[in-house]
Design a protein around this ligand. Sequence first.
Ligand SMILES: NC(=O)c1ccc[n+]([C@@H]2O[C@H](COP(=O)([O-])OP(=O)(O)OC[C@H]3O[C@@H](n4cnc5c(N)ncnc54)[C@H](OP(=O)(O)O)[C@@H]3O)[C@@H](O)[C@H]2O)c1
Length: 280
Amino acid sequence: MNMEYKTLNNGLKMPMVGLGVYNIPEKETQRVVEDALSVGYRSIDTAAMYENEKGVGDAVRACGVPREELFVTTKICEPCHTREETLRTVDRSMRQIGLDYVDLMLLHWPVGNPTVMWHTLEELYAQGMFKAIGVSNFYPNTFPMIVKDAKVMPVVNQCEAHVLYQQRKMREYLKPYGVAMEAWSPLAEGRSSIFKNETLVSIGEKYGKTSAQIALKFLVQNDIIIIPKTMHKERMVENISLFDFTLTDGDLAEIRRLDTGRNVTGWPSDALVYEPAVVG
Ligand SMILES: NC(=O)c1ccc[n+]([C@@H]2O[C@H](COP(=O)([O-])OP(=O)(O)OC[C@H]3O[C@@H](n4cnc5c(N)ncnc54)[C@H](OP(=O)(O)O)[C@@H]3O)[C@@H](O)[C@H]2O)c1
């Protein structure tokens, strides 16, 4: 299976498409991740909050693919206010996942004291526990808490992004920092009848591709890393088969018109709906 990679700001290469495992029950996670790895996925996105880090680690150990070919992301979400609290939270995740290192550790949300949490991740990154560190759901009201005196710049900001919420402002905002945009819910969780969207369906017909593939390709072609979730092997293949066609400028312009400029999943995903983080 063809795959493209994004070179992150620390030189690490990350697959442009990975599998997200939110909402996959722990007891099914190992099977689902092994299925994904068997059809060519090399990147998996989990989090402490998903309560399935163990299944991801089990699959990585059992799959037979050399560890260095895999890219494992996890996230810590507990509000920590001190270095010690952050170390304990990270330690819980590392014990759950059971790997010597993870490729990418993210701060899941701007909670607790993000500045202290970030400095603790920087320390563990320097020790080699993570190949890269980054953030998720940080908007211009909270992102400065990370970068103001960062020794290590985040490699990504993982935010809700899909054809209905294209995050053009965020992408522009991140550019000067060299921080890559990663999309969560790249299929908008299947909401707003996205798979029946006429624009996506009709563009797909030109290439023999599904509406899901057109929605995902739009992101990839805009240099956005994606982690669509599915538990079905045939959809895993569908969601990763994106590198044998190219959308034209006309296609891209049509899809740009689908942008509603707002989140559709109901998760907090912009500055207006965040609980204020504590800084101090
Ligand atoms: N950082 C954060 O705060 C945050 C928040 C949300 C999500 N995430 C990450 O982003 C990942 C993806 O987001 P998501 O899981 O919320 O939503 P998503 O990937 O946008 O959509 C997943 C939904 O679409 C269905 N689906 C997948 N491929 C399909 C296809 N080709 N055709 C038709 N239906 C398809 C899936 O059903 P089936 O499983 O039944 O196929 C599932 O219902 C998560 O798993 C997680 O890793 C991160």
